[in-house]
Design a protein around this ligand. Structure first.
Ligand code: AMP
Ligand code: ZN
Length: 116
């Protein structure tokens, strides 16, 4: 399922360019256009899911695939051992701006806690 008005569906279909660094049958990952850390990658499902609130029980494999991809990407980017952060924002209070779920993978610098 794709949404014709969705930016990240456009990246999945190839209509919109992105710096893709990882993909498999369920997910695709690309560098964030406005990186907040030396490594900042977004992992998205090929399927259009607007927010975590819309994740269905049948999306269990997709939810897992996002995190397994993050594991592989952290290794690929050389940030697995030092440490990295995965974040998925949901709706406005969390600062979600693109309504196709995406797991941020951030690393290459020290991270503060709690997040802002
Ligand atoms: P969020 O605020 O959690 O919805 O994150 C959306 C992220 O998408 C932001 O970090 C943006 O910098 C990033 N972004 C927006 N447009 C693009 C694009 N065309 N290519 C790559 N990253 C993008
Ligand atoms: Zn989409």
């Amino acid at each position: 399922m794709t949404d014709t008005d969705c930016l990240f569906c456009g990246i999945v279909s190839g209509e919109i360019n992105a710096d893709v660094i990882y993909e498999n049958d369920q997910v695709i990952a690309f560098r964030d256009i406005n990186p907040q850390a030396p490594t900042h990658v977004l992992v998205i499902p090929r399927k259009h899911i607007a927010t975590v609130n819309e994740l269905a029980d049948v999306d269990r494999d997709i939810a897992g695939a996002l995190h397994l991809a993050a594991r592989d990407i952290a290794k690929q980017e050389g940030i697995a051992e030092d440490g990295f952060r995965t974040v998925m924002n949901c709706n406005s209070a969390a600062g979600q701006t693109v309504f196709h779920i995406h797991l941020h993978v951030l690393g290459g610098r020290e991270m503060g806690w709690p997040p802002g």
